[in-house]
Design a protein around this ligand. Structure first.
Ligand code: AP5
Ligand code: MG
Ligand code: ZN
Length: 220
């Protein structure tokens, strides 16, 4: 089963994908996390990606597509994946469709998590992330039990370098210019469900789960 989570920066893709992947026993693949991991390791890929990420722009398609296709070919993805933050351009969506079609597979569902811009800005400005397990927290909406420490793994919490006002603005601009056309692309092929991403995290999670299971007899 292949599920895509589409949404602007701060929509809650990472928050929801981590939980729902566990529920549905799917791998959670986040291209942003992969690039940040490569940066931490100081690889060539990481250095290249950093040039774009620090400006709030997209990493070029050829780099991103190659990385993602290699990742989803690994054994832990055999039962399916939730893609968080990929695809982000029409070229990426087409490359993914083509690669899956070669294996007689296809994307099952696309969930568009919609949140108003003002709320996105508040969420990103107050976000803290675990260095070890990537769990996102929010200083007001979902604070950790102990300040600066991850509830799940005791890892250190940090604020992403691209979660600063100027870069947040650029990321939103890039989303509406380059990623929003995918809403139309996946609506036309009947895969998209729009979910209101505002409200309690657990309530949003239920709506997403319903969207993924909707109209699929036999799907648990
Ligand atoms: P990426 O890491 O994917 O960042 P993004 O798309 O900007 O999305 P975020 O991770 O910021 O938001 P999210 O939707 O995951 O929100 P979260 O759950 O954390 O990409 C970073 C960069 O990498 C890109 O700019 C680009 O350069 C590059 N890149 C990545 N993929 C690429 C691709 N395919 N092609 C090219 N380049 C690529 O939640 C946000 C906050 O809100 C948290 O604090 C959370 O606690 C809080 N929150 C969540 N849900 C709720 C709720 N219901 N109510 C209140 N608060 C909530
Ligand atoms: Mg994320
Ligand atoms: Zn952690």
């Amino acid at each position: 089963m292949y599920v895509v989570f589409l949404g602007a920066p701060g929509a809650g893709k990472g928050t929801q994908a981590a939980e729902i992947a566990k529920d549905l026993k799917l791998a959670h693949i986040a291209t942003g996390d992969m690039f940040r991991d490569a940066q931490k390791k100081g690889t060539t890929l990481g250095l290249k990606a950093k040039e774009y990420m620090e400006k709030g722009q997209l990493v070029p398609d050829e780099i991103t597509v190659a990385m993602l296709l290699e990742r989803i070919s690994r054994p832990d993805c055999a039962q399916g994946v939730i893609l968080d933050g990929f695809p982000r351009t029409l070229a990426q969506a087409e490359a993914l469709d083509k690669a899956l079609a070669k294996q007689k597979k296809a994307i099952d569902d696309v969930v568009y998590i919609k949140v108003p811009d003002a709320e996105l800005i508040k969420r990103l400005g107050g976000r803290w992330i675990c260095r070890k397990c990537q769990t996102p927290y929010h200083e007001v909406n979902s604070p950790p039990k102990a300040k600066g420490v991850c509830d799940k793994c005791d890892g250190e919490l940090y604020q992403r370098a691209d979660d600063v006002p100027g870069t947040i603005k650029e990321r939103l601009k890039v989303f509406f210019a380059q990623t929003a056309p995918l809403i139309d692309y996946y609506t036309k092929n009947g895969k998209l469900t729009e979910v209101n991403g505002q409200g309690e995290m657990a309530a949003v999670r239920k709506k997403i789960l319903d969207a993924v299971k909707k109209g699929k007899p036999g799907r648990k």
